[in-house]
Each structure stands twice: as C-alpha cells, then as structure tokens.
Design a protein. Structure first.
Length: 566
C-alpha cells in the first residue's frame, strides 16, 4: 500500500506528502496514478484544472490540449494499420498482435452510455458508495470519481446534468446521513480544539496564518477531509475563547485591584476633612513615590488613569454627601424661615390697628425691636421684616385708594363744590362721607386720611390748572411781543405813548388775547425795536422768565403700578 497522501494548502492548491518520510511534492506520485493516468503518461498526456476547477488534458510534447480524454489508442491502431507492407511474404500475425497491444481496454474509456433515467440511478449509487457528503465540491467529484468509477461517464457530454444530479443527491440525503456528517464535524472540532490547547505557542493574539505553520504537520490538520473554512472557524473559536478568558482574568484582577485601591485611598482620606489634592496624593502616596503602593502586585494592573478615576469617585462621593447635608440643612432652614415669617405676621396683626397706609418703619420699629418674633426673623432667607411691614402698608394703601374712588363718586352725587376756604371744605367733606353707608367701616383715623387725600388731590388739580393758565399767559405774552416786533420794526417807528400804540394794535388777535391792560402796557414799555431781523431766542429773552413747562398730558388714562398686570 502506498504511503503517499493528497492534501491542500491554504490557497486550495493540491499537493502530496509521504506519511513516512514527510516528503512533499506538487506532482502526483506514480503510486497514486490511476490506470487511465498511467496510460496517459505513457503517451505524453497529463491532466490539469482551469481556474474554475474544470478538468482538461494536455500533451507536454506537442502542446495539444483537450476537454475530453484523447483517443490515443485508436490513433495508434490506425497508424500501424495504414503502414504499407514492404515484404509481401511476411506473415500478418505479428502486425495484428502489435496493433492489439495498443488498444486501450480501460473501463473508464469504454464506459457504457445509459439513458438519462438509468444514468441518474447509477450516478446516485456511485455518490452514495463513495460516501460523498456536503464537504465535497463538484470539482473534487470530477477529480476523484471521474478517474476511478465508470458510472461517472454514463452520460459523457453533459456536465451540467452531473452537477444538477450532485445537488439533487445532497438535497435528498436522509436525516441519518446529515446527523452522521454533523457528528463527524463535531468530532473534528473536539479533536482539533484539543490539539490547539496542547500547543503552548498559540495565544489569544495568534493569527491563522501564523498558527498554520505551527501545526501544519499535525495529522488531524493534514489528513482531515473537513474544509479549510471549517478548520479556520474552529481555530477562530478557540482563539476567541482564549481572548475571553484573558479578558475575564484581567477584569477579575482589575476589579480586585480597584477594591484594594479603594481601601487604600480611604485609609489615607477617611473623611472629607482629610481630603488631599491630587498633586499631594500622587506625590506622597501613589505610584513610585510610595513603597506601600508599589508592593501591591495587583496595582500593576491599573493605569494612572484608573487611579485618577478612583480618586475622582471618592471626591465625588464626599461632594455628594456634603450636598446632601446642605440639602437637608436648607430644607430645615426653609421650614424655620417660614415659621419665623408666620410669627412676625402675627406680630404685625397684633399692631394692625396702629399701622395705616401712611405708616413708616421708624414709627413701628421701637415696638418691634425687642420682640423675639422680630429677632428670630433677622438673617433669614426670603422676605425680611421690613418687606412684610411694607406689604401690609401697601395693602392698606390699596384699600384707601379704592375707598377714595368711592368717596369721589359720593361727592359727585352730593353735588359738592370746592370753595376757597379749605377748613370749611374739609368739614363739609367729613360730614358727607360720615353719613354714607359705604364708608361706615372706616374709623376716624382712616376717614381723616381719606379726607386729606381728597383735599391733596383737589389742591394738586388746582395747582395744575394754575400752571396751565400761567403757561398760556406766558405764550400770549410772547406772541404779543412778536406782534410788537413785527409792527414797530423797520420803517414803522415805535410810538412815544402806549395810547398811540394801542390804537394801532387793537385789531390784532395777539392784543385781544391778553385781557390785562397793565401787562400789555408793561411789555410795550420794555419793548426795544430790533435794528435787524429779530430771532425767536432774542424775543423769548426779552419776554422775561416763564414758568416751568408742564409735562405733556396724554389723552390716554395714566396707568398706576397697581393696575398693571406685570
């Protein structure tokens, strides 16, 4: 029995090796040649495969190639028979014997051609006898069975039919066959993984190309019929397992180191009062600066970034605890602040009768300054004692304002007219308001305040009216001065007397608007005709001082802050 075996390299190229000597060769050894291949070699023919895996035949001497098996036996026979006989008397028996010796009696070349229905049955039986499974390629069937079994050639000229028959065979295999093939692959995976685990040179980072050189001569790799893809997949699964183990071991070591680092840092900084800066901690207690740190072999699995992040987590923990304490303290202070404000409001309520809309803080402070309810509010968050007092005063002012509107309407309904005597007007207003039911809830103090505000509003209105009258008068005086400048300038000389000027001016509107004769005469006496064109500024200066301008009053009702919604 021959020691030569067939195998494939990583690129799928077929080579042959001797199991005893370990010798390898690309050429098929003579011991493995079939009867057909031996006959082909005798006549200079060899087999080959295209890039697509299709089998062909070629002659090394002549360079001839063919897809079908060359009929070199027939050619030899024709050649020998066609030779002219040079000697008439020679017997034909030796010649016939020589021709018959070149006749090819191979069962492959003389395979019987069958009908397609019979050929399919024979082809299926051939595949089953040779234990063809899904690991076989169609090219392997051509190279392996095409040279051994004549049933492959039962239909010689239809390779497409053979491929379809092969695929039909694979799809129609029984469940037992599939289980058997799957079991074979699983056995290979188990054995191959055991071989990989025994090789100490294979690590989690080893690549397939490197690993193949390590176990290329291992029988399970060299002689297995399992495809190269399956081998590589099993190898990758094994390496992935090593990588997972390595990662898990590293993570386990790192977790232990993190726990020990936590204990180490907390022993240095047991509380937030003993918290150190990163610079001080790293220069005194970490890395090469501390023998205690370097003596722990687990710390070698940690990077400086890991140590820094652990330090940050401890600092953040102390920060969170401080924030939580502040939050609790703030909540407690919020409650105390609210209680203190409520107690001070009670204090204001006790003195509410003495607090009016015009009360001031300095009026009530002497009564509050020694009260514990006032003292407990000092320094609190939120509204101060002054704010709460002003809120109460503003509330009283709003009430008085609303009552003032009611009082104005009452005076209008009573047809009250303001007179020149302020004292008399005050008494009349008090009498009218005291008898009205809508203001019966007012005490004497608030009623007096209300009357004072009504009188102040009336006086302010009179002042505005007087100011408007004075402003109108000043404007009329300016217009009259302009009239004098226009009439008595240039060729028209200023009259010597006011009576003479009055006769000239009495028809002008500027003269008629000013009813006080003395005012017109005084302006005339002070008037000096300008030598050149008079400017408005010079005329205004000549008119003398005027009252301050009254702000322009808008036709829209002025809104007070209380009435605004923002």
């Amino acid at each position: 029995m021959s020691n030569w075996k067939e195998a494939s390299d990583a690129e799928g190229r077929v080579y042959y090796y001797d199991t005893d000597s370990g010798e390898t060769t690309w050429d098929k050894p003579r011991e493995l040649l079939t009867e057909l291949e031996l006959k082909l070699e005798e006549h200079g023919w060899k087999t080959g495969k295209t890039e697509e895996g299709q089998l062909y035949y070629y002659n090394q001497e002549t360079g001839e190639s063919a897809w079908e098996i060359p009929a070199f036996g027939d050619k030899v026979e024709e050649k020998e028979v066609g030779k002219p006989q040079k000697e008439e008397g020679r017997s034909s028996t030796p010649l016939q014997t020589k021709v018959e010796s070149y006749v090819n009696k191979s069962v492959i070349l003389n395979a019987p051609v069958m009908p397609q229905s019979e050929a399919e049955t024979a082809f299926m039986e051939m595949l089953k006898e040779h234990q063809v499974d899904s690991t076989w390629s169609f090219d392997k069937i051509i190279s392996e069975l095409g040279c051994k079994d004549p049933r492959y050639w039962c239909i010689d000229d239809d390779p497409l039919w053979k491929r379809q028959a092969f695929e039909k065979y694979l799809s129609s295999r029984s469940e037992d066959q599939l289980i058997k093939e799957h079991s074979a692959v699983n056995k290979f995976k188990t054995a191959f993984t055991a071989m990989l685990s025994q090789n100490k040179d294979i690590y989690y980072y080893t690549r397939w190309r490197t690993a193949k050189r390590l176990f290329a001569n291992e029988p399970i790799y060299k002689h297995s019929v399992v495809s190269e893809k399956t081998k590589r997949q099993v190898f990758q699964e094994y390496v992935d397992g090593l990588r997972r183990n390595q990662t898990e071991e590293l993570n386990k070591t790192k977790r232990q180191a993190q726990t020990e680092l936590q204990d180490y840092l907390e022993s240095i900084m047991p509380d937030k009062k003993s918290l150190l800066s990163w610079h001080e901690l790293s220069t005194k207690y970490l890395f090469d600066n501390s023998t205690r740190f370097t003596s722990n072999r687990h710390f070698q699995a940690l990077s400086k970034h890991d140590v820094l992040m652990k330090y940050i987590s401890i600092v953040e923990g102390y920060t969170l605890s401080t924030e939580e304490e502040l939050k609790k303290l703030k909540a407690a202070n919020y409650t105390k602040d609210r209680i203190a404000r409520d107690q001070f409001r009670e204090l204001l309520a006790e003195h509410s009768k003495s607090i009016r809309c015009n009360s001031k803080w300095e009026d009530v402070y002497p009564r509050f300054k020694s009260d514990s309810r006032f003292l407990s509010l000092l320094g609190r968050n939120g509204s101060s004692a002054l704010d709460l007092f002003m809120d109460l005063v503003e509330e009283r002012a709003n009430i008085i304002k609303a009552q003032k509107s009611i009082a104005n309407q009452i005076l209008i309904d009573a047809s009250f007219q303001w007179g020149p005597d302020a004292v008399e007007d005050k008494e009349k207003v008090i009498a009218i308001l005291s008898d009205h039911q809508q203001l019966s809830s007012l005490d004497t103090v608030d009623r007096d305040i209300l009357v004072e505000k009504l009188i102040d509003d009336h006086n302010q209105k009179l002042a505005q009216q007087a100011e408007m009258v004075q402003r109108l008068l000043d404007q009329q005086k300016k217009y009259f001065l302009l009239l004098l400048q226009r009439v008595f300038s240039g060729p028209n000389a200023k009259p010597e007397t006011w009576e003479g000027a009055r006769e000239i001016l009495k028809g002008f509107p500027e003269y008629i608007d000013i009813r006080d004769e003395s005012v017109k005469e005084r302006i005339f006496q002070e008037f000096e005709p300008a030598k050149g064109p008079a400017s408005v500024a010079s005329i205004a200066a000549a008119a003398g001082p005027t009252t301050p301008a009254v702000p322009k009053i808008s036709r829209k009702r002025q809104m007070t802050p209380i009435e605004l919604d923002y």
